[in-house]
Design a protein around this ligand. Structure first.
Ligand SMILES: [Zn+2]
Length: 249
């Protein structure tokens, strides 16, 4: 078999990322009365393709919490959690240009689906960033837990709220977590701490070392790498963030 060039490998990973996103979007995990079976099956398939262990816990029956873990080189260190929710808000189909769970992709590459921004694209970016890092032979210092929770759109009472009270969560030993933000159509990402408390920072390559605050430092470096990375590509930004947080925190 002829070996692929670096560009071909990158293109193949990107196609896979887009296909995975569209497949996830086609699962109608929509309120009310969400059936999460499709999401769990999909995530089991993703974990298998990454060769990573997956846990599915029904802390509340019918409301699974899914955890995919990438064990770090120093697993006794506190871990990093990347969270997203699987549920999406209701749809009014007659208001949609394309069917909301068709994940239609137009000629410009725009994908139309309920949950595309909020927030299945983020969940997929976590997984595709891991896939990319693995393809480069990267290992992480800290363990990374990618969590997928139910019922966020109705307050998370039977999702994250019960999950964080379990020993299961405690044993993940999380020191830093990323959750929902905002999608971006450009290379500029708005970063928030807390609930949409915007934190603005512009940076150039050599200035970040003046920042004392570690979180600020990490984000700044991420931004620096984003600026450096050039072309915008689905699912390929978080690789910087994941490696940097894993090494620096
Ligand atoms: Zn959301």
């Amino acid at each position: 078999m002829s070996s692929l060039s670096a560009d071909q490998k990158q293109a193949a990973l990107e196609t896979q990322a887009v296909n995975n996103l569209r497949e996830y979007l086609q699962i109608p995990s929509v309120h009310p009365n969400v059936n999460y079976d499709g999401c769990v099956k999909f995530l089991e398939k993703q974990a298998k393709s990454l060769g990573l262990p997956i846990q599915v816990h029904e802390i509340v029956k019918g409301k699974p919490v899914v955890i995919i873990s990438w064990v770090g080189r120093e697993p006794s260190l506190p871990s990093i959690m990347l969270n997203s929710h699987m549920d999406v808000v209701p749809v009014f189909e007659d208001k949609w240009t394309y069917k909301p769970f068709s994940a239609h992709m137009d000629e410009q590459g725009n994908i139309y689906a309920r949950g595309a921004q909020d927030m299945k694209s983020v969940g997929i970016q976590y997984l595709e960033a891991i896939r990319w890092l693995m393809s480069k032979g990267v290992t992480l210092r800290r363990t990374l837990h990618v969590t997928f929770v139910p019922d966020e759109e109705i307050g998370g009472k039977d999702g994250m709220a019960v999950f964080v009270k379990t020993n299961l969560f405690k044993n993940l030993n999380v020191c830093f977590a990323l959750d929902e933000g905002m999608a971006s159509e450009t290379d500029v990402f708005a970063l928030y701490y807390g609930e949409r408390s915007i934190w603005r920072k512009s940076t150039t390559s050599n200035m970040f070392l003046h920042d004392a605050d570690l979180f600020s430092l990490s984000i700044t470096i991420v931004q620096y790498h984003l600026l450096e990375s050039g072309k915008r590509k689905l699912g390929f930004y978080l690789k910087y963030l994941i490696t940097l947080f894993s090494e620096l925190l």
